[in-house]
Each structure stands twice: as structure tokens, then as C-alpha cells.
Design a protein around this ligand. Structure first.
Ligand SMILES: [Zn+2]
Length: 410
């Protein structure tokens, strides 16, 4: 019943806030764009992604297998018992340390592939990291994951003990609230852990960007520059945060490498996200999804075969952490195509916004080409991979859209 309500709410929010009726440019236009891209850059991007693929899919598969083995057999529950034993089987120790132990096993198994990925990034000149800074990044990410994971696990199992009958309703509300809170504090608490941010230096570029934002009706106090070059040679920009924490960030690499007009084209895309409040939309969808996931867990709790297989008595048993993580892994993979589809449509809308705001499709096209060449994009990725995982329209789609705008504007 509650799950039905959440699914309806999800569908309604998605229907209202996601631009469904904007299909990608015709394939023939995409192929024309592909032909006009420098062949060596296209080949290099393809080779790069071909080199990344075995590690990426290997890690995905290995992570899923480990999660399923630990979650669907009694092995996970036994591991959690073992970790909780020094603490007398205390539920907090089982839930939090047990959760860490289960995640740790998956991380250890996939760590070699993560390191291998980094070697590919270096071989292709995209990474600017040393193994020391790479390791520090990894440890920081673990620490943040540990804090969030501990809060989520303590909340889930704590509510299950406080409210044995209605725990799932409280947990659903809590999961939604946590998602919103995370989106809100992310730019001020999480991003500074990985990068330094400084207001863009005064000058014509900054003036133009602020002026463009004003023209667009998006009040932007500042454009922040991130020291992304400490990690990567890739060019990028993004919008994050909600309300008072909302900000537009450009990579220092972008400011360094791209002509001012192309930086403006990138920021015009980000202003599209800000104006359409895409972070808000994503957060609401995420919050509803998180609440629905808790309801699904509650329903799975009455599947005795599943519980027996996992060696636990109830889905609220702290030894169920491994099963929860297995369910999360499967749900994440199952949701990926829909999530990617929604993301691509939202990104295409931001692209359209950039074209309308700059009214300069040729600069937008040059910018797309520079980003693709510099970031070693697979400009026309394999169809299945695109449908499963592509968060953005492909480069050939984006260039075709810019050309369609140019034809329409003339
Ligand atoms: Zn975007």
C-alpha cells in the first residue's frame, strides 16, 4: 500500500520534472557528426574505453557475485557474528562493524581492478595522481562511506528495535530525509574533502559568466573553480547543492585549456541545470526511491525462504546486513537503465538550454569536440552500454543537437 503510494509519487514526480518528449537527434545526423570528428581522436577514445572495459565490468561482476554470496547464503551472517563477537554480539557492533566487514570483503576483491583502472588512466595521460594521492583519495572515500553507512545502519536497525511494528514506515521516512540532507550538505561537507574551491579570478571571463547567469534569470553569486588538476587532466563542470548550498563549479583544467567562449558554453549548460532545478529533481527522485527501497525490504522480510537461505530470522536482525547489501546491489543494477535514461533526458535539456542561452551552436560544437578529445570520450558508445549506464547523451548526439539548433535558428 505504502509502496504503491511511493511508486505513484515517483512516477508523478518523474512525469512532471523529466523532459520525456525530446528524443535524441536522428541516427543519420549522429553519423554525420561522427564523420566530421577527427578520426585519430575518435580512435583514441575508443581504444581508451576498450582498455577500461574489462576492469569496469569485471569489478561490477565481482562486486555483485561477492554481495550475492554473502547475502544469499549464511556466510554473510556468520561473518557479521564473528565481527560482533568481541562485543558480546551487541546489535550496534553487529550492524555497523558487520556492515563494514561485508563491504570490506567486496572492496578487497575489487581493489586490484580499481588500481588497474588507474594504470589505464595514467597510460592514456588522463590521471595526474601518484599512488600516494590515489590511496589517500580511496581512504577518504572509505571514511565518508563509513560515516554515511553507519548512520544508515544505526537508523535502520535502531528503528526496528524502537518500533517493532512500524519500523519500516519510520525507516522509509528516514531514508528519504537522509537523501535530502545528503544532497544539501554534499557541497559543503563532502566536496571540500577531495578538492579546494576558489572563486573564479576577477576578469572578463568571470564578468561574462555572471552576466550570462543574470541574463538567464539564475542568480549566481559566484562561479567556483575546483583544483581538479590535482587528480585529472579531464575538463568538466557541474552544479551541486540545494538552496543556499547550490553552486556552479568549473574545473581549473577547463579554465586553463578552453577558450573563454567554450567555458561560457559549458557554464550555460550548468545554468540550465540550475534553472530547471535538476539537483532538486534528482534529490526528490532519490528520496522517493530510497523510501520505496525500505518498503521493498519490509516485503522481502516475509519471504521465509530468502531469510532461511541467508541464515537469519528476520530482515531486522542485525545479521541481515549482508542480505540488505545484496538487495541494494541487485536493485542498483536493475534501476541503472531507468536512472541513466532519466539522466540523459535531463542532460539533453541542459544542452538545449546552453544552445538557446548562448545562441552560438558552433562554439557549443567546438566545446563538445574539445571535451570529447581531451577527456577521451567514446563518442558513439556500444548501444547496450549506452542504455545501461550512459548518464549523458553521446557526443555525436550532442553535436547533432547543436547542428539541429543551428539549422532551426537560421
Ligand atoms: Zn549536465
Amino acid at each position: 500500500m505504502a509502496l504503491g503510494g511511493l511508486v505513484v509519487a515517483l512516477v508523478v514526480v518523474a512525469a512532471i520534472r523529466v523532459p520525456w518528449s525530446a528524443p535524441p537527434a536522428p541516427r543519420s545526423d549522429q553519423l554525420a557528426a561522427l564523420r566530421d570528428l577527427p578520426a585519430d581522436a575518435v580512435a583514441k577514445g575508443r581504444a581508451f574505453h576498450t582498455a577500461l572495459r574489462p576492469g569496469a565490468y569485471g569489478a561490477l561482476l565481482l562486486g555483485l557475485i561477492v554481495a550475492l554470496i554473502l547475502g544469499l547464503t549464511p556466510l554473510g551472517a556468520r561473518l557479521i557474528e564473528l565481527v560482533g563477537r568481541p562485543f558480546g554480539g551487541n546489535w550496534i557492533a553487529q550492524a555497523v562493524l558487520g556492515g563494514f566487514a561485508v563491504v570490506f570483503v567486496g572492496e578487497v576483491v575489487t581493489l586490484p581492478l580499481a588500481a588497474w583502472r588507474e594504470t589505464v588512466l595514467r597510460r592514456y595521460g588522463l590521471s595526474t595522481q601518484t599512488w600516494a594521492t590515489w590511496t589517500v583519495d580511496l581512504l577518504k572515500a572509505y571514511a565518508i562511506g563509513a560515516v554515511i553507512g553507519a548512520v544508515a545502519l544505526l537508523g535502520y536497525f535502531g528503528l526496528a528495535r524502537l518500533a517493532p511494528r512500524w519500523w519500516w514506515a519510520w525507516a522509509a521516512a528516514g531514508a528519504a530525509a537522509l537523501t535530502v540532507l545528503f544532497s544539501f550538505v554534499f557541497p559543503v561537507l563532502v566536496e571540500p574533502v577531495f578538492n579546494k574551491f576558489a572563486p573564479m579570478e576577477p576578469g572578463p571571463l568571470r564578468e561574462n559568466l555572471i552576466g550570462m547567469a543574470r541574463r538567464d534569470g539564475v542568480p549566481v553569486k559566484d562561479v567556483l573553480v575546483a583544483d581538479a588538476s590535482r587528480r585529472t587532466n579531464a575538463l568538466n563542470a557541474y552544479v551541486s547543492g540545494l538552496g543556499p548550498t547550490r553552486r556552479i563549479v568549473v574545473y581549473d583544467t577547463l579554465v586553463r585549456e578552453a577558450p573563454p567562449g567554450e567555458v561560457e558554453a559549458v557554464v550555460a549548460h550548468e545554468l540550465g541545470h540550475a534553472k530547471d532545478r535538476d539537483v532538486f529533481t534528482g534529490t526528490v527522485i532519490g528520496a522517493l526511491g530510497a523510501a520505496a527501497a525500505v518498503c521493498v525490504l519490509y516485503l522481502l522480510g516475509s519471504w521465509t525462504g530468502l531469510l532461511r537461505g541467508a541464515g537469519i530470522e528476520a530482515i531486522t536482525d542485525p545479521r541481515a546486513v549482508a542480505l540488505l547489501l545484496a538487495v541494494a546491489a541487485v536493485a542498483g543494477l536493475a534501476a541503472a537503465p531507468m536512472q541513466s535514461f532519466v539522466s540523459r533526458r535531463i542532460e539533453a535539456r541542459a544542452d538545449a538550454h546552453a544552445l538557446a542561452l548562448t545562441d552560438d551552436p558552433s562554439t557549443v560544437e567546438r566545446m563538445e569536440q574539445r571535451l570529447a578529445t581531451n577527456n577521451l570520450a567514446d563518442v558513439d558508445p556500444p548501444k547496450l552500454e549506452y542504455l545501461m549506464f550512459a548518464s549523458h547523451p553521446s557526443v555525436v548526439e550532442r553535436i547533432a543537437a547543436a547542428r539541429a539548433y543551428a539549422r532551426g535558428a537560421r
